[in-house]
Ligand binder design. Structure first.
Ligand code: NAD
Length: 332
């Protein structure tokens, strides 16, 4: 068995705790943590029997690490990533890559110069149903994709009761439906049908109490010749995610909440259902951790490269601008 990789999780709030647990579950990592909040750090260290525990990044970086997982709010991902990449430590960075384009060129240069593996944690790429859906579309079994319609919603306050008190409350720290929630679906669909080339959008705060950021968003997209639309709200009680892609010779649909994809290829025929085993939330994160460790060992490519996450970041920013100013945006 190969030696355990030393992995530092930076920030052990909601997602950092999950990464800690899921990296431990791989059986391939010895995980340390770094967290500014004293009581949170002590509780998490105790609950997960963590031996290497640090109050801040500078003291954590006095030790040697193979990899680091950046789980702080998005507006500080880039300076932390640059500091770590300069030490030659491989990086898994939570989504979104950032909240602006500041520092991205410097990060890419630092990663190249120090030959660092960098992966962005767009975890839907590790979900078995998203992988099946992508394989079917990219195989062109139903011909070329022509039109995509994605619709998603959940009761966010039910799943994240602390939403008013965390980064979510402010766009500047990565908050709101566009940067926090929709970005997952945008990135997964760019991976499936190709990058967004232009878009327009409408977004608004409709319901969530105690915040003013948008909780509802509609986006109209172009992916080259293909047309798409994305619709998301954060208060519907049904926790659902459906994507329909109509191709030249048939329609393919993914229903994540029903753990199935389905297809139909004639107007008089019924849907053909292709179910999968229901997927636990940690499953995708354990898979993502395993694939990241494979990339660190150079036995697999990064699941989401920094260039792909940079493209999705440009889309996030374009959606914010398009919805605020009622304009079409081209993604360069
Ligand atoms: N992949 C997913 O499904 C998913 C889910 C939730 C959040 N996220 C992303 O993960 C990131 C964090 O989200 P969260 O919900 O865990 O937020 P959170 O507020 O629950 O946790 C962030 C933690 O980082 C700590 N922190 C901040 N600066 C630090 C620093 N310099 N050094 C050490 N610790 C520091 C904070 O004290 C806090 O405990 C965001 O980018 C968010 O978009 C991803």
């Amino acid at each position: 068995m190969s030696k355990l990789k030393k992995v530092l999780v930076i920030g052990v709030g909601s997602i950092g705790e999950r990464h800690l647990r899921c990296f431990q579950q791989t059986g391939r990592a010895e995980v340390g943590i770094c967290e500014l909040n004293n009581s949170l750090r002590e509780n998490v260290a105790r609950d997960y029997k963590v031996k290497s525990v640090f109050e801040n990044l500078d003291s954590a970086l006095n030790e040697k690490w193979d990899a680091a997982v950046i789980c702080t709010p998005a507006h500080i991902h880039i300076p932390i990533a640059i500091q770590i990449a300069k030490k030659g430590i491989d990086l898994l960075i939570e989504k979104p890559l950032s909240t602006s384009l500041d520092g991205i060129d410097e990060l890419i240069k630092t990663i190249d110069e120090n030959q660092v593996i960098a992966v962005i944690a767009y975890v839907l790429r590790a979900h078995p149903l998203f992988n099946l859906f992508r394989e079917v579309i990219q195989s062109e079994r139903f011909g070329k994709p022509l039109h995509l319609a994605a619709s998603s919603g959940q009761n966010f306050p039910f799943f994240r009761p602390a939403y008013r008190d965390i980064y979510y409350k402010d766009r500047a720290t990565g908050g709101g439906a566009i940067q926090d929630a929709l970005t997952h679906l945008i990135n997964a669909m760019e991976w499936t049908v190709g990058p967004i080339t232009s878009l327009t959008a409408d977004a608004s705060h409709q319901k969530l109490e105690g915040v003013e950021v948008e909780d509802t968003v509609n986006v109209i997209t172009r992916h080259g010749q293909m047309l798409g639309s994305f619709s998301l709200n954060q208060y519907q009680d049904a926790n659902e995610l459906t994507v329909t892609v109509t191709c030249e010779k048939g329609t393919v649909r993914m229903e994540v909440h029903k753990s199935r994809w389905r297809w139909v290829d004639h107007p008089e025929k019924e849907w053909n259902d292709e179910p999968i085993e229901p997927v636990e939330r940690d499953t995708g994160f354990i898979k993502q951790a395993d694939l990241f460790l494979d990339a660190v060992e150079k036995s697999a490519p990064p699941l989401c490269t920094i260039e792909e996450a940079f493209q999705t970041l440009k889309v996030n920013l374009a959606i914010l601008d398009a919805s605020d100013n009622h304009i079409w945006k081209t993604i360069s």
